[in-house]
Ligand binder design. Structure first.
Ligand SMILES: [Zn+2]
Ligand SMILES: [Zn+2]
Length: 225
């Protein structure tokens, strides 16, 4: 979209066309150049690439954000977090604060993250732990994989190297599951893929036993073929 007078870019309104600027070695390359009025009262000269790259104020916005980041929040609480002290380290233009979480963890966060996150991350994990297994327990899967469970082959798409073990991104743990007879059994999350795999193997044998009791060894043998 070509820029025209009256266009708004955040706090900036384009009010006047200025002589285009040339750039690079090839002096035929030109960028349109504009005078903008900022909501704060200042004017700002801006060329088309600055505007399309996300220029949104005369500079007052960054200044305000920066000042907001300078506030002293020592002792303030946000959910489970209490701000202990400024670290002196900068992250994306704001100082980070050492924060104590009620769970015992300490984390370094910028003021905006401190206010938004409300925990070291433990809060989110708890929510996921509470909801995820229930959801998965109810998952209905196709009844086509009895043979696969009996044979226990590793599918080509597997990432952990173990059947029925996958990496749970949010929890940063290995998640074990097994699909059997239209049901997905969630077997929980573990620190290592090996651990998850052991739990899964135990469940697999249990399921096969149940299946044998119900349909007999002959049927199991037939399915394995
Ligand atoms: Zn301004
Ligand atoms: Zn925590």
């Amino acid at each position: 979209m070509p820029i025209k007078i009256g266009d708004r870019f955040g706090r900036l309104t384009v009010i006047k066309k200025l002589p285009s600027i040339t750039y690079g070695r090839n002096t035929k390359s030109k960028k349109s150049n504009w005078l903008c009025q900022c909501d704060c009262g200042n004017t700002k000269e801006a060329n088309s690439s600055l505007l399309s790259a996300g220029l949104r104020s005369c500079g007052c916005l960054q200044k305000e954000n920066f000042e907001r980041m300078q506030v002293d929040i020592t002792g303030q609480r946000s959910g489970r977090l209490v701000a202990l002290k400024k670290t002196g380290k900068k992250e994306h233009g704001g100082y980070t604060w050492l924060c104590q979480c009620d769970c015992g963890n300490k984390v370094e966060l910028r003021i905006d993250s401190f206010k938004k996150n409300k925990s070291c991350g433990c809060l989110n994990k708890e929510v996921i732990l509470k909801t995820a297994p229930k959801k998965l327990e109810a998952t209905q899967v196709n009844d086509t994989n009895i043979g696969a469970v009996l044979k226990n082959g590793v599918p080509k798409t597997n990432t952990s190297g173990y059947v029925g073990v996958s990496w749970h991104k949010a929890l940063k743990k290995w998640y074990a599951y097994i699909n059997f007879r239209k049901k997905r059994y969630s077997l929980g999350c573990y620190d290592s893929a090996e651990e998850a795999s052991k739990v899964r193997e135990q469940k697999r044998l249990e399921l096969i036993e149940e299946y044998e009791n119900e349909f007999g060894k002959m049927e199991v043998a037939r399915r394995k073929r």
